[in-house]
Structure formats: C-alpha cells, structure tokens
Design a protein around this ligand. Structure first.
Ligand code: PMP
Length: 368
C-alpha cells in the first residue's frame, strides 16, 4: 500500500479532501476556466519585456514591499472605470485575487470564526476558508440562482458570520447581484456582528451594470476585490487587488508575507496597466460573444442563466457530467462545476464559440 496524505499528521479538516482542480486538458477548444482567449497584443509584450529587463537589473534587491507605483496605477484605473475616487491608501494588491481573499480571511476569519457564501458560487471561497481554519456556512439561493434575500438575512442573523462573500457577477451562474441586495446584506451583517463583507467583482468589467465601488463610501467593513486575470487577459500574471477603507489595507498587511509581490510581477502588471484601453477593447468583443452564446443556446433549446460575466451557465441535463464528457469528445472543454443539471462555458473567440455551439447542437439532437 502506498503512503499518502492521510498517513501524514495533516490537520483534521484537510483529511480526505481534494485540491481545487479544473482539468487542464490539451484539447483544441478550451472554454473551461473563464480566461480571456486573446493573447496579449505584441506592443504590450514588447513593453513587458522592457519593464522586466529593467526590473531584472535590480533583482539582487527585494521588490517594493508596498508596491506603491502599482497600487497608485490600480487606484487610477478604479477611479476612472468605477465611478468612485479611490487613492493609493484604499488599494491593496497580491498574487491573484485568490491571494487577496486568503489575506482577508487570515485577517478577518481564522479559527473560531466563520464565513458565509451563497452557493453555488466561486468554490475557492469555501476552500480558502478551510485553508485558513475559518468555518464555512453555505447560504441559500433561489431556483433561478438569484440570492434569496430573506433567507440570506435570516442565515446572517442566525450564524453571525465574521465574513460575508457576495460574488457579482456570480461564478458559475453568471448573474449579477443588484446593489440593493448587497446593501441589505451589508446592513444585516453589521447588525449581526459586525462583519466584513467581501464583494468579489472578478468579472465586473463584463457586466451590463456598473461596479459597486461607490458603495464603499461610509462603509468601512466593505471590501471590493478585483483581478487582472479576466478583463485584462492576464491570468498568467497572477495579479489581484482590492479597494476598501485604508484601515482594511493596513489590516491585511498584518498577515501578508513580506515582499509577496515579486519585482517581475509588479513590472509586468504596470506594463499591462499602461495598455488598459487596448486590453479593454477585447472586453467589448467578449461581451457581444457572450450575448451571442446566450441567444444561440436558447435558440437551440437550452435553459440559460442571465449572464453579466464572460461565461454562460446552460442546462438542464439529466446528467451534467455525461453531457460534459460528450462535449469533450467533440474537442471542446467546458466546465462541470458540480451544479446538478448545469454546465458552464467561457466566451472564447468567435471560432471557438462556433465549435462549442456545433458540439452542443449535436448533443441536443441526442438528448432532445
Ligand atoms: N473570484 C472569482 C469569482 C473567480 O471566478 C476567480 C477565478 N476563477 C477568482 C476570484 C480568482 O482569480 P485570480 O486569483 O486569478 O485573480
């Protein structure tokens, strides 16, 4: 018998668990991890190379621990795009928004504390909670995947969580959460504890609506988390950030590792931010491809959840995993998030989306 994880003296809550793992398969059309399908434009690749070359000369030194230049540029981007003025002191950055969330849970969650999310939602919220020793509470949603406000308020009042997650637009369902719902949940969370409310806006640039950044005004326990992995087309860069009251930014520095953002990461992110306007042009194209996917999937006969993101949830399948496998047999990788009856497809290039639509048209003939 081979020696495995469970033979090691690992923490009890990690026993028998599996790591996060969207399959990374080598197939012609990969539409499973909500990446941007367009490679970075050549002038940006050139600019990254220049900036990285410069940074390389100073790699004998630790990087700027506070990432001042990068946070200043991120604040400028948020102010310009989010309809609310944020400054350096309101912004924090880390290696992907997953690390931002981990730092938030290390700061505001932890042993003896709990976090709530309204599921199905981004599965890493629960996994990062587990990794940080934070208890996880699975909050309810309606049949149509909107948040059931009355039930959510009741769950918050009952469990008095220390952290509340609201993902908007939500992953994997795609729908956005109305600002009134976020406000009501924030109020409920403050009345119960008070607790920190994390609004995960990883996909906000693809939304029909606008960012919830203006809600930060007068709400020091609200945090908006963002990423360059989706709209900026830079999932490989690993750069996430948050906007919040400066006290939150001070608080996460109690748990961040010193020099967590490498000089190479900072240089690359700064180069990408110089090309914001070009990168965001792809967002418009992806939004129209997303809308096309919604319309065509409905025309084929699938149920589709309203999407404000760069992906679409479609169903319903008697056996979603079997449907996932059949689509894969046709060379297209989509995502089975474990939501019974539903699958998720990321908006790709027009050609990739056509290949996906052909595959699911054939499938509909088989099941329909
Ligand atoms: N939040 C949500 C809702 C996501 O879907 C993702 C990525 N799938 C992330 C956060 C994490 O993104 P990253 O760590 O690449 O910034």
């Amino acid at each position: 018998m081979s020696f495995g994880i469970d033979d090691l003296p690992v923490r009890d809550e990690l026993r028998g668990k599996t790591p996060y793992g969207a399959p990374q398969l080598d197939v012609p059309v990969r539409l499973n991890t909500n990446e941007n399908p367009y490679p970075l434009p050549e002038p940006l690749v050139e600019r990254i190379t220049e900036r990285v070359r410069e940074a390389a000369r100073a790699l004998n030194r630790y990087p700027d621990r506070d990432a001042i230049e990068l946070r200043t540029k991120l604040a400028e981007y948020l102010t310009k795009s989010g309809g609310y003025e944020v400054a350096l002191g309101n912004v924090w950055a880390a290696n992907g928004s997953n690390e931002v969330i981990q730092q938030l849970l290390q700061t505001f969650g932890g042993p003896g504390r709990t976090a709530i999310g309204f599921e199905p939602s981004y599965s890493m919220h629960a996994l990062i909670a587990r990794g940080t020793g934070t208890g996880w509470i699975s909050g309810p949603r309606n049949e149509d995947f909107t948040i059931d406000l009355a039930a959510a308020e009741k769950a918050i009042a009952e469990h008095r969580p220390d952290v509340v997650f609201i993902t908007t637009p939500n992953n994997p369902t795609g729908n956005a959460v109305p600002p009134e719902t976020v406000l009501a949940l924030y109020e409920a969370a403050q009345a119960a504890k008070p607790s920190v409310v994390i609004v995960d806006e990883a996909y906000i640039e693809f939304s029909h609506g606008s960012s919830l950044l203006p809600l930060l005004e007068g709400r020091p326990n609200l945090v908006v988390s963002r990423t360059m992995s989706k709209a900026f087309g830079a999932a490989g860069l690993r750069l996430g950030y948050l906007a919040a009251h400066p006290a939150v930014v001070d608080a996460v520095q109690l748990v961040r590792l010193p020099y967590h953002l490498s000089a190479i990461t900072q240089a690359t992110a700064l180069a990408a931010l110089e090309h914001t306007d070009t990168l965001l042009k792809y967002v418009e194209q992806l939004k129209s491809e997303r809308d096309r996917l919604v319309a065509e999937l409905r025309a084929i006969g699938y149920d589709v959840t309203e999407s404000d993101a760069n992906f679409v949830q479609f169903g319903r399948f008697p056996d979603a995993h079997e449907a996932w496998r059949k689509i894969l047999e046709r060379g297209v990788l989509v995502r089975d998030n474990g939501v019974p009856g539903w699958l998720r497809v990321t908006a790709g290039t027009p050609e990739e989306n056509d290949a996906f639509l052909d595959a699911v048209r054939e499938l509909q003939c088989l099941v329909g």
